[in-house]
Design a protein around this ligand. Structure first.
Ligand SMILES: *[C@@H]1O[C@H](CO)[C@@H](O)[C@H](O)[C@H]1NC(C)=O
Ligand SMILES: *[C@@H]1O[C@H](CO)[C@@H](O)[C@H](O)[C@H]1NC(C)=O
Length: 362
């Protein structure tokens, strides 16, 4: 059965990819993904002429998916089918995106350029891509955010580049974005201009981890449900930085230099469920936890917290929390753990949810 398929594919591959040295694995992949896609010899014209679509040399084209990854390409291939919906160019050696590289690709939904050596993108290169939803540019050498990204974008991944600044106009008009990954860029100090995210009215996930920004970006959209700012140099959480974020459910601030959380900060994020503040410089439990109705997970390990009071986590008396805690970590703090009263955790789902000492309590 398999041998039959293989020999059929050998025939089809012969005219689809002339002189192409294809390994056995490639055929297997074609076998898996290409059933009914690679034109069957029976589907060829009576003359025996193939009716195969065009496909860039050495790439694989199935349906409207163009796979050109890991080919050592130094530029975007010229003969990409006009009706392509996904173009995968990852793991190549492309250094530049030129003005006309994507000229005819009006139906493209996803463009994957991860792990190349791109330093420049022509400001008009993305203009034809009016249907583009996913743009993956991570692991390149970009020093600036690309200009004129498609307004149709829903997902932008551009981490591990050399971008030093996110300007106010960087994401102008990109109102469809849902996911944005900007981590591991050398953004330094206040590397995100205030209002840079204002136009992202639908965004639900932003990650700016490992960039060395020194403050929580200003003007974050209220649609956000996850904000990951771990591994930066943020020194404090101010209540104004979280103002109006009524949909925020997860806030990641691990591995920063946070020494204070301003009173009122947690009240600004009423639907927060997870707060990661481990590996910071906090000297006390953040204020506002007992009044918070939904928070369930609070990571506070590896800080400088010297005291834990009985009213720090739970409301006094009758439990007004709508959800019990399911995870609290406090280990690697200078607090004498034997002095922490068990009643402190009266609104915790189960004792095993608390990590107190330098080990996990069973
Ligand atoms: C952040 O700063 C540290 C030094 O404190 C440096 O080693 C690291 O490369 C910086 N990260 C970025 C992304 O610039
Ligand atoms: C924090 O704010 C609450 C009211 O929102 C107030 O009752 C409390 O005293 C404040 N705490 C501090 C330390 O300012």
């Amino acid at each position: 059965m398999r041998t039959a398929c293989l020999s059929l594919l050998l025939v089809t591959a012969c005219w689809a990819l002339p002189f192409h040295q294809t390994g056995f694995l490639d055929f297997m992949m074609e076998d898996d993904a290409g059933s009914g896609v690679t034109p069957d010899p029976k589907g060829s014209g009576p003359s025996g002429e193939p009716v195969g679509p065009k496909c860039p040399f050495r790439c694989q084209c199935h349906l409207r998916v163009i796979q050109c990854s890991d080919l050592g390409l130094r530029e975007v291939p010229a003969d990409i089918p006009d009706d392509a919906t996904l173009l995968d160019l990852q793991n190549n050696k492309i250094t530049e995106i030129k003005e006309n590289d994507f000229k005819h690709l009006k139906g493209l939904h996803a463009l994957i350029l991860v792990n190349n050596k791109i330093t420049t993108i022509h400001p008009k290169a993305f203009s034809p891509l009016t249907k583009l939803q996913r743009l993956y540019l991570s692991k390149n050498l970009l020093k600036d955010m690309p200009a004129n990204m498609p307004k149709s974008l829903q997902e932008l991944r551009i981490h591990e580049n050399e971008i030093t600044k996110i300007k106010k106009a960087s994401f102008q008009g990109m109102s469809q974005v849902i996911v944005m990954e900007l981590g591991s860029n050398p953004l330094k100090s206040a590397g995100v201009e205030g209002g840079a995210f204002t136009d992202l009215k639908r965004v639900s996930y932003i990650r700016i981890a490992d960039t060395n920004i020194t403050e929580i970006p200003k003007g974050l959209p209220s649609s956000l449900s996850e904000l990951h700012l771990d591994g930066n140099k943020i020194t404090k959480v101010t209540s104004s930085s979280l103002k109006g974020m009524k949909n925020l459910a997860k806030l990641g601030l691990s591995y920063n230099e946070i020494s204070s959380v301003e009173n009122g900060s947690l009240a600004n994020v009423p639907h927060l469920r997870e707060l990661h503040l481990d590996n910071n410089a906090l000297t006390s439990i953040p204020p506002g936890l007992p009044d918070h109705k939904y928070i369930q997970v609070v990571y506070l390990h590896a800080n400088k917290i010297a005291a834990v009071g009985t009213e720090d986590f739970c409301p006094p008396g009758f439990n007004t929390k709508k959800a019990m805690y399911s995870g609290i970590s406090l280990f690697s703090n200078p607090v004498p753990y034997w002095e922490v009263q068990p009643i402190t955790f009266r609104c915790v789902f189960d004792r095993s949810a608390i990590q107190l000492g330098n080990y996990r309590k069973k």
